[in-house]
Design a protein around this ligand. Structure first.
Ligand code: NAD
Ligand code: LMR
Length: 327
């Protein structure tokens, strides 16, 4: 049996936390041969609720769950963390854009970035789920000067999975027939789900759908799916968000499949003309615990305009939060 790794989860008593922790403990994220020690962070008023979650985790008698640390202190939660899933933040309500949460949520991520900087493993893999995820990840990164900036990522995998499911339905295929989906940019309504490089059963997706459906239905449906779920459920997505977080971390830790890639929000390095300084959704392959941007994809004018629009929004969000960066 492998030695246990430490997985920190913030907002552990929240909706997503409740859908996430049991799957991590069951081995869905890091494999059925990888024991885990869960480090659960909550705000002080939620510690009682967290106690109940810990009781339930224990009651599952998971073979892979080696220990649980439950705390309201980020310095304890991130101590020696190998993985950190930053979920704890307010969800939006109906009629809000995710960036409307920046003021309420942005200030959570500076101190957590600093605590990661001071206490986590030097190769910690950080996934920010709390919205607005890309810019919150940037805030955390900018407060962790001693960690590699590439340790900080944001979740666009839910959008990636939503796009797969929409295309599978349209083409009458199963999502396992679909490869090379891309979500460029921000986890927001400017995100650009790009079908130009996608294959369905080996055929190019753009040859199977018409431009009117692509522009008029597919793109807006994926961009607005979070809002549609809030409207239908009266609360934001939770189980699908948790599942996407598991997928993101599993791909990063265990690698992507041969002949396919996934979408991750990662620090822009200038690839595809995206100015550095933001956390941008890119197609990546992962191997040996590292991600790499897929290079050399042809970008047409339609895609270029949308990729630039979502980059512009991220740079605007950055300008709004620069006061939260460590000096
Ligand atoms: P929730 O309100 O059910 O749970 C959030 C939890 O975070 C609460 O228990 C709260 O006490 C805790 N929390 C708040 N501040 C904290 C802090 N400083 N440290 C630790 N814990 C803290 O919300 P939820 O439905 O679980 O959603 C959490 C976040 O995830 C929201 O911001 C939501 O918008 C976002 N989200 C992102 C995606 C994505 O694709 N990136 C998808 C779904 C939801
Ligand atoms: C989602 O995409 O479901 C989440 O980001 C929640 C939201 O606010 O839409």
């Amino acid at each position: 049996m492998k030695a246990p790794v430490r997985v920190a989860v913030t907002g552990a008593a929240g909706q997503i936390g409740y859908a996430l922790l049991f799957r991590i403990a069951a081995g869905d994220m890091l494999g059925k041969d990888q024991p885990v020690i869960l480090h659960l962070l909550e705000i002080t008023p939620a510690l009682d609720a967290l106690k109940g979650v810990v009781m339930e985790l224990n009651d599952c008698a998971f073979p892979l769950l080696a220990d649980i640390v439950a705390t309201d202190d980020a310095n304890v939660a991130f101590k020696d963390a190998d993985y950190a899933l930053l979920v704890g933040a307010r969800p939006r309500g109906a009629g809000m854009e995710r960036k409307d949460l920046l003021e309420a949520n942005g200030k959570i991520f500076g101190p957590q970035g600093k605590a990661l900087n001071d206490h986590a493993k030097r190769d910690v893999k950080v996934l920010v789920v709390g919205n607005p995820a890309n810019t919150n990840a940037l805030i955390a990164q900018q407060n962790a000067p001693d960690l590699d900036p590439k340790c900080f990522t944001a979740m666009v995998r839910l959008d990636h999975n939503r796009a797969m499911s929409q295309l599978a339905e349209k083409t009458g295929k199963h999502n396992t027939d679909i490869k090379k989906m891309i979500i460029w940019g921000n986890h927001s309504s400017t995100q650009y789900p790009d079908l130009h490089h996608v294959t369905v059963d080996g055929k190019n997706a753009m040859e199977l759908v018409d431009q009117a459906w692509y522009e008029g239905e597919f793109i807006p449906t994926v961009q607005q799916r979070g809002a549609a779920i809030i409207k239908a459920r009266g609360a934001s997505s939770a189980a699908s968000a948790a599942s996407a977080a598991i997928d993101h971390m599993r791909s990063w830790a265990l690698g992507t499949d041969e002949g396919d890639w996934v979408s991750m929000g990662i620090p822009s390095d200038g690839s595809y003309g995206i100015e550095p300084g933001v956390i941008y959704g890119y197609p990546v392959t992962c191997k040996d615990g590292k991600y790499e941007i897929v290079q050399g994809l042809e970008i047409n004018d339609f895609s270029r305009a949308r990729m630039d629009a979502t980059a512009k929004e991220l740079h605007e969000e950055r300008s709004a939060v620069e006061g939260l960066f460590a000096k």
